[in-house]
Write a protein that binds this ligand. Structure first.
Ligand code: SF4
Length: 548
């Protein structure tokens, strides 16, 4: 740490997703209006802004309209705006059209976007304004004042350190980025959020943070594909391959240029240790409804990420001395609407409005920054999340029980039969002895149906190979003994990047391939012994999404 430079800023945004980009842009706009000079910096661990952004995504433009009413004139990359929804329940080979969908599922007035393109566009606007945008920098440590509780910034990781922790010829020390206010918008299950959360108790007295994991592809279809000329642009499904006892469902959105965006979301409260979300995704693609639509297509890009699904009752404390928490980091996603870009952006903008007040008062303590939480609570974010406050819990119910809860919530404005409904931590739900992968093995053709490693290749993922492993196994004995006996090492199945492999030849060992890591964080969330800690690898590594 001795050679580290310090770079003082006024406000530091950690993470280059929609929450922080909207927050940084809005802060700049407000500072200009008020004649304040505020130095704003933003870091992101991806090689470029957008490289780590992946989402469905149908975006409600509500927040974007508030931020930038002329967004279309400014070249916002919209795939389509003609959202025509269809909703199906899938059996293994059949489909049943759902005749009625609740209003929160309707997508009129929304845009189908690629989140990686969208965030890249926002990043460009931020840079043009004069915000210092630094992609390729991982925040690895939260900095505190001497009182041990005031956040003063973030340290970025050293570059050029080898597997054994020794400096290479390319060594570059990290930088201490200090700021009067740090905005954490790391996305789902942020590694700095984990640390700051523990130290400053921002998650205490809340229900546990819970997540879903999604695998997504962009597929190019042949020009004569029938779906391209059909009026349908949005397909949502539930049922097969997850059935009614596992939370989750599939989506398919029509994009520009003969492309579709296809994905499967799996709730990480699943019980079957044999479940492999990647295989479930391939089974989903093989269902006749989807297989017919994507016939003749070719996968252009694939990726995976988790999404924070807990909502209202899992929202952490939103401000501490010197810092605020926004977007997915703060569980702002509306799982009922399957949307989080608009709530993330709005949270960033409300944080910006509070930061301006803090600068005007010359006081960046929690006393002033907690005004951000009050703003969230009196905004439309709160209205949306409150109406969906028991939704993730209802989805987690088995069989048709979930529909009874969802129906009751629909007619009672979210209250339902029990309010609040409890939430179980994702790491605690696997059933022992259920770790055998089910079903016949799947076939891959390398074009439309690709295996995990081809998927990793198609995500553009790369890491510097000679660096310390960013996945920490706290106790390898647990992996090779208790976890193997009780759950048959589910990490080898729930990881979409084939990072964990159990090798039996020459003695049992768990082999890690950290270079394949897609940064989805599923392993840290779902490991039944909470034995895996995901830390930030050297900045600039990871996926390189451009169209998902
Ligand atoms: Fe996701 Fe963990 Fe696998 Fe990386 S190692 S791809 S974070 S499950």
């Amino acid at each position: 740490m001795s050679n580290r430079e310090e770079m003082p800023l006024d406000v530091l945004f950690v993470g280059g997703g929609p929450a922080n980009l909207a927050g940084a842009i809005h802060l700049f706009q407000l500072a200009q209006e008020k004649g304040l000079e505020i130095e704003i910096g933003l870091i992101d661990k991806g090689d470029t802004i957008g490289a780590h952004s992946l989402s469905g995504a149908i975006m409600d433009p509500k927040a974007l309209k508030e931020l930038m009413p002329d967004y279309e004139d400014k070249g916002c990359p919209i795939e389509r705006s003609d959202c025509k929804d269809e909703f199906y329940y899938l059996t293994p080979t059949g489909k049943l059209a759902v005749p009625y969908t609740p209003s929160y599922m309707h997508n009129d007035g929304c845009h189908i976007i690629s989140l990686s393109k969208f965030t890249r566009w926002l990043g460009g606007i931020a840079e043009e304004m004069g915000i210092m945008v630094f992609p390729g920098f991982s925040g690895t440590e939260v900095l505190y004042a001497e009182d041990g509780k005031t956040v003063t910034g973030v340290a970025t990781g050293d570059k050029g350190v080898d597997k054994d922790g020794k400096q290479k010829g390319t060594f570059e020390p990290g930088v201490d980025l200090t700021a009067r206010v740090t905005v954490f918008g790391e996305g789902s299950k942020g590694s700095l959020m984990r640390e700051v959360g523990k130290k400053l108790n921002i998650f205490s007295d809340r229900m546990p943070q819970v997540f879903e994991t999604a695998i997504k592809e962009v597929i190019e279809l042949p020009e004569d594909n029938a779906f391209l000329s059909s009026p349908t642009t949005v397909v949502h499904t539930f049922g097969h391959p997850l059935g009614l006892d596992t939370k989750g469902g599939g989506f398919l959105y029509k994009m520009k240029d003969n492309r579709v965006s296809l994905g499967l979301v799996v709730g990480l409260d699943y019980e079957d240790a044999g479940l492999e979300p990647y295989e479930a995704f391939i089974r989903y693609k093989r269902h006749p409804l989807i297989a017919d639509i994507i016939q003749g297509g070719k996968v252009l890009q694939q990726g995976a990420k988790t999404l924070a699904a807990g909502g209202y009752y899992t929202l952490p404390k939103l401000a501490v001395d010197g810092a605020v928490f926004v977007g997915d980091s703060a569980s702002m996603l509306n799982i009922q609407r399957l949307k989080g870009v608009h709530t993330a952006m709005k949270s960033g903008m409300l944080a910006a409005e509070t930061i301006i007040e803090a600068f005007e008062a010359d006081d960046c303590s929690e006393q002033v920054l907690k005004g951000y939480e009050a703003k969230v609570r009196s905004s439309w974010i709160n209205d949306e999340l409150y109406a969906a406050r028991n939704f993730t819990q209802a989805l987690g119910k088995k069989g048709i029980g979930k529909f009874i809860h969802i129906g009751a919530q629909y007619v009672t404005g979210g209250r339902g039969i029990v309010d609040p409904m409890d939430i179980d931590k994702d790491s605690g739900t696997l059933k022992s002895g259920s770790g055998s992968p089910a079903g016949e093995s799947l076939s891959y053709d390398g074009e439309l149906y690709v295996d995990k490693l081809t998927g990793v290749y198609l995500s553009g993922t790369r890491h510097e190979e000679d660096q310390p492993c960013h996945l920490q196994i706290l106790d390898m004995d647990i992996c090779l003994n208790q976890c193997r006996e009780t759950y048959q090492n589910p990490c080898t199945r729930f990881c979409p990047g084939q990072v964990y492999e159990l090798e039996e030849e020459g003695g049992l060992r768990l082999k890690l391939n950290p270079s394949n890591c897609l940064h989805c964080k599923t392993c840290e969330i779902k490991d039944p012994y909470e034995n895996i800690i995901w830390t930030c690898p050297e900045g600039g590594g990871g996926p390189n999404y451009s169209i998902v």
